[in-house]
Design a protein around this ligand. Structure first.
Ligand code: DX5
Ligand code: ZN
Length: 219
């Protein structure tokens, strides 16, 4: 199933509730947590994410671009995020962490930077609900899609099918009407779009347009 998860990174932060209301037809709100250590940018932490959860407008898809996710990620499940994604490059014990998050009732995503290989996780796919293939270097919205990541998405989709497990592939970074079809064609089924959605005249319409473009290429 095609899933659209707009990133609120570049929305009007002073009006989070109003901005969330603009994307009601999305499946999730993608909330980017940055700590100024794992990435050179700083956004928000647990209290803000908890407030977004509490609005009840959309389930929260938390993307943690932070060091030490082994300590912090479970708290995002505790405050009610529907899905918690941490970075493979930052986690000390990703399998233990995945189990811990699952126990707290959230879905688990494993994020891979553009140059991080997928193959090292091939045998442990069953621990995760989602693999996030970053299509920009994490840290900022509005960057352009790195198409060199597409073969990795293809290999990941093949490995997931071969393993017979139910794992989504999320793409994040530079996803727009121009790039979403390539990503869907390669095997992605969860699409994060920040500037494409919040930069559009009508966020609702943009989400529908992205969804139908992706659906035309779904596997
Ligand atoms: C980048 C973030 C993305 C980003 C998406 O580090 O993880 O979620 O904000 O924004 P766009 O769609 O503008 O690339
Ligand atoms: Zn993100």
């Amino acid at each position: 199933m095609t899933t659209i998860s707009p990133s609120i990174l570049n929305c009007d932060i002073a009006d989070l509730r109003g901005e969330l209301a603009k994307i009601k037809n999305a499946d999730y709100a993608h909330v980017d947590v940055m700590d100024n250590h794992f990435v050179p940018n700083l956004t928000w932490g647990l209290p803000v994410v908890e407030s977004v959860v509490k609005t009840g407008i959309l389930p929260v898809d938390a993307h943690l671009m932070i060091e030490n996710p082994d300590v912090w990620a479970p708290h995002y499940a505790e405050v009610g995020c529907a899905s918690v994604t941490f970075h493979a490059e930052a986690a000390a014990a990703p399998l233990r962490l995945a189990k811990e998050i699952h126990k707290l009732g959230a879905k688990v995503g494993l994020a891979l930077n553009p140059a991080t290989p997928f193959e090292q996780f091939q045998d442990v796919l069953g621990y995760f609900d989602m693999i996030l293939c970053m299509t920009v270097e994490p840290g900022f919205g509005g960057q352009s899609f790195i198409s060199e990541v597409l073969p990795k998405i293809r290999r990941a989709r093949k490995a997931i099918s071969a393993a017979g497990v139910q794992v989504s592939i999320q793409v994040d970074g530079g996803v727009s009407r121009k790039t979403i079809e390539q990503a869907a064609d390669a095997g992605a089924d969860v699409f994060v779009a920040g500037s494409a959605v919040f930069g559009a005249e009508d966020a609702d319409k943009e989400i529908s347009a992205l969804r139908s473009l992706a659906e035309g290429h779904c596997h």
